[in-house]
Design a protein around this ligand. Structure first.
Ligand code: ZN
Length: 218
C-alpha cells in the first residue's frame, strides 16, 4: 500500500510502500499498523504527516498500554461526526471504542494534559470514542475546517484536495500532496464549474463546495 507522509521538519513529501500488517512510518514497533490506520477506508493510497505519527507515539507511551484504533484515515464523505465537528483525514484518530469509559477518560486526560494533539473532542460530543487530531489551527472558514492552500502548498490537506477533485472527475493527477500546476488547473476548472471565484486558491468557499459535493456523491 502506498503511504505519503508529509515531513513537517523538512517540508517534503515522503513515499512509502508497506503491507497492511507493517507498522506505519515514524511509529514505534506495533503501536499502529497500516491496517489500523487505514481502517475501513477504500483508498489505495494513505496520507499523514510526521507530527501526527509522533503525537500517537507520545500518547501511547504516556497511556502505557495498547490503544485500540476504531477509525483513523477517513476521506471526505467516509463517515464521521455529522455536522458537529470534522474528522481531518490523515491527522485524526477515533480510539478507545473497546476500552470502557475509564480507559477513554484516561486517554482524553492524557492527551489534554500533555498537549499532544491540537484538538481533543469533548466527551459529551463523542462519549463512546475519543477523537484526537493534529489539525492545522488556522481554518479557512471562521466555522472551522481545512486551511487555505494554494500553488506551492504541501501536505495532508493538498492530498485531501487532490483526492476530492479526482473523485468528482476534475483530474488533479496522481495524489502526491504537492500543489503544482495540475492541481491548480483542476481547482480552476472546479471553481468555474461551480460558479466560484476562479483564482486557483482553495479557501473557505471552495472547501465548502468540495466537502458538500463529495459527501453527497457517495
Ligand atoms: Zn473523528
Amino acid at each position: 500500500m502506498k503511504i505519503l507522509v508529509y515531513n513537517n521538519d523538512t517540508n517534503k513529501m515522503e513515499t512509502y510502500n508497506k503491507e497492511l500488517d507493517d507498522t506505519m512510518p515514524y511509529i514505534n514497533d506495533n503501536y499502529l499498523t497500516v491496517r489500523e490506520f487505514r481502517g475501513s477506508s477504500n483508498s489505495d493510497v494513505l496520507w499523514t504527516d510526521k507530527k501526527t505519527m509522533e503525537a500517537f507515539n507520545k500518547l501511547r507511551e504516556l497511556y502505557g498500554a495498547p490503544i485500540n484504533v476504531g477509525y483513523a484515515f477517513k476521506r471526505i464523505g467516509e463517515g464521521g461526526h455529522s455536522n458537529m465537528s470534522q474528522h481531518y483525514v490523515g491527522t485524526a484518530f477515533d480510539v478507545g471504542q473497546t476500552m470502557g469509559e475509564e480507559g477513554r477518560d484516561k486517554v482524553r486526560s492524557t492527551a489534554i494534559n500533555n498537549r499532544i494533539f491540537t484538538y481533543v473532542e469533548p466527551k459529551y460530543l463523542t462519549p463512546t470514542w475519543v477523537h484526537i487530531d493534529k489539525r492545522n489551527p488556522s481554518p479557512a472558514c471562521s466555522t472551522g475546517g481545512y486551511p487555505v492552500i494554494k500553488q506551492g502548498s504541501k501536505g495532508v490537506y493538498v492530498a485531501t484536495l487532490q483526492d476530492a477533485l479526482n473523485l468528482l472527475g476534475f483530474n488533479a493527477g496522481v495524489i502526491d500532496g504537492v500543489f503544482g500546476n495540475n492541481t491548480r488547473n483542476a481547482v480552476i476548472r472546479y471553481q468555474r464549474a461551480r460558479g466560484l471565484t476562479q483564482d486557483g486558491i482553495v479557501g473557505c468557499d471552495t472547501w465548502r463546495a468540495l466537502t458538500f459535493q463529495v459527501a453527497n456523491s457517495r
